[in-house]
Design a protein around this ligand. Structure first.
Ligand code: AHG
Ligand code: MN
Ligand code: MN
Length: 282
């Protein structure tokens, strides 16, 4: 596992450099979710593919930017499912973006996630790593290396509300739920990049990040293997919760296709309990 973490640190520097220097135009292709790929998405994907190609513990790679599974080493133990550049459409307006990694052992489903990591490319480069045994650990680039900063622990209740999805297409009970949080004093924080949005809520102690199913996207937008499930481990290990619209823990999701999405809700206990009431789960 240590070789995987060291590789993630290495690619973080390379992707950060690409963000700062590369062409921001579109490539002439789409990814599996039907989204136009930026040249930077493709470049970040190749940086990660190349770096893991020499890590013997990695069996397969599954990327947001690749259609199928890429086999690397039949004797490897882990499959890495990753979003090479999350929020890439925000680079041209100079907002923070990220990379997300889920490290799975065996069949690709939530309960086989062994560890997860994400990198935030913002005013500073930060890395958070979670496993099943301890609170997520925050690292920051100081000089030319990642330095351990602290463990991340969320409070019982937060103050921030990051509500995704097109509001026009929300169902009535979701709209009421979000409105009620604002009535209670929650403040809107939503950049459109799930990495900085979820990072902010976790580091500020708590709150809610939601990306519900909507009339135009009944299964939401965010992809299970490389966006939803890796962050679910982060939030649970930080003392928060991560569930879908039916109350299922996101760590129990079983995708039937690598690019399957799921409605998702990440938060501290108070907000997730409020969600359960609003959605009629309790
Ligand atoms: P990606 O850039 O990897 O396609 O992901 C973007 C995602 C996620 O970062 C963000 O939370 C969400 O899309 C924002 O979607 P909306 O614009 O629909 O709010
Ligand atoms: Mn993404
Ligand atoms: Mn992406």
């Amino acid at each position: 596992m240590n070789d995987i973490i060291e590789t993630i640190k290495q690619v973080a520097f390379e992707i950060d450099n690409a963000i700062k220097t590369a062409d921001l135009g579109y490539s002439d292709s789409e990814n599996s979710s039907g989204e136009d790929q930026l040249k930077l998405d493709v470049q970040s994907d190749l940086i990660i593919e190349k770096a893991f190609a020499t890590v013997s513990s990695v069996k397969d790679l599954v990327s947001e930017e690749k259609e199928g599974v890429l086999s690397l080493n039949p004797n490897g133990k882990y499959t890495i499912c990753y979003d090479p550049l999350d929020g890439s459409s925000l680079v041209d307006v100079n907002l923070s973006v990220g990379s997300i990694f889920g490290i799975y052992e065996g069949e690709l489903k939530g309960e086989n996630l062994v560890a997860s990591a994400y990198v935030v490319y913002g005013p500073r480069i930060e890395l958070v790593i979670a496993d099943k045994n301890s609170a997520p650990k925050l690292y920051r680039v100081v000089g030319d290396a990642f330095k351990y900063i602290s463990e991340i622990k969320m409070d019982e209740k937060g103050k921030l509300n990051a509500s995704g999805g097109t509001q026009q297409n929300w169902c009535d009970y979701h709209k009421t739920f979000i409105d009620d949080l604002f009535q209670e004093g929650y403040r809107l924080r939503y950049s459109g990049g799930m990495v900085p949005d979820l990072h902010q809520i976790m580091l500020k102690g708590g709150g809610l990040f939601s990306y519900p199913g909507t009339s135009d996207k009944p299964n939401g937008k965010l992809r299970q293997l490389f966006e939803v499930i890796p962050f679910a481990l982060m939030y649970e290990q930080a003392g928060g919760e991560a569930i879908n619209h039916k109350g299922l823990r996101l760590l129990e999701l079983v995708p039937s296709h690598p690019h399957d999405t799921s409605p998702c809700f990440f938060g501290s206990h108070y907000e997730i309990n409020a969600l359960r009431k609003a959605y009629g789960m309790s």
